[in-house]
Write a protein that binds this ligand. Structure first.
Ligand code: ZN
Length: 274
């Protein structure tokens, strides 16, 4: 599927240029899509008032606020407003994702025990506060469209659509929206014509084998379990690299497994109580 989401570029909403000397921003290879909420009032008191002009003004206000935090530019890559308008955040984000890449941003710094790689992946701010408020249909539809376009162009699995709270100590994107992520993954999967099992879509009951190159919450749990048993998988960051593979091999060897392959299948998983 081509990148079909209609995005209003930073130039089109009259963004201010990034802080001199910071642009162009580093280009990354994204692994995830990170869903946020702006923590603003919901309709009928929403900042953008669901209009196009309101959406552009809201984007300018957010950028202004991010400059005041000392950031180089808007911290997110995309903004999805209550009117279903999608606006580019950090300069260069649209061009990068259309090429399967991303622009390093500032929306999801890694806190202890959380996933790494948030700022190297596209972050979507959704206008509103979704602790209990349920997103209206047109905003939801544009979120699905944007996620499907990003999954397609950047070759990100819908399983890796995550919430900000997976990376940082925050309640963002709100309890309601976070709990909707399995539904979001399902609708994106359907739009892309893919087939993922309910377990894969819920992404909280890991059943897959973990091996070199695997990423995600279940890899993070694996690394923590290895560390707790005195093995050294490197940083607990949710990325299954060479150090994690070596630690799995050492663990398998310590238990005298016949199959010492560095792959976490049912036997290794059970031994680690994962
Ligand atoms: Zn957030």
């Amino acid at each position: 599927m081509p990148f079909t989401a209609k995005v209003i570029t930073a130039d089109e909403w009259d963004a201010k240029p990034p802080v001199p000397g910071t642009f162009p921003f580093p280009v990354t290879s994204p692994r995830y899509i990170i869903v946020h909420h702006t923590d603003n009032k919901n309709p009928p008191n929403d900042p953008s008032q669901s209009t196009l002009d309101g959406a552009k003004q809201f984007a300018r206000n957010i950028q202004h606020g991010h400059f005041r935090r000392g950031w180089s530019d808007s911290g997110h890559n995309f903004l999805n407003t209550t009117g279903g308008f999608i606006l580019e955040g950090r300069h260069g984000s649209l061009n990068a994702v259309e090429q399967g890449l991303c622009i390093r941003s500032a929306h999801a710094a890694q806190d202890d025990g959380k996933l790494a790689g948030g700022n190297d992946s596209p972050g979507i701010e959704n206008e509103g506060n979704f602790m209990t408020f349920q997103m209206e249909q047109n905003q939801w539809d544009s979120l699905v469209e944007l996620c499907a376009s990003l999954c397609s162009s950047c070759q990100i699995s819908p399983v890796n659509i995550k919430g900000h709270r997976d990376f940082s100590d925050t309640d963002c994107p709100g309890d309601w929206l976070y709990n909707q992520l399995p539904q979001l993954r399902k609708e994106v999967t359907d739009k892309l014509g893919m087939n993922l099992s309910p377990d894969e879509l819920s992404n909280d009951r890991p059943i897959r084998s973990l091996k070199l190159g695997s990423t995600g919450e279940d890899v993070l749990q694996l690394q923590k379990a290895l560390i707790a048993r005195g093995f050294k998988p490197g940083a607990a960051d949710g990325l299954f690299g060479e150090n994690t593979r070596a630690a799995v091999i050492a663990f398998q060897r310590s238990l005298g497994f016949e199959m010492v392959d560095g792959i976490v299948g049912p036997q290794t998983r059970a031994a680690l109580r994962l």
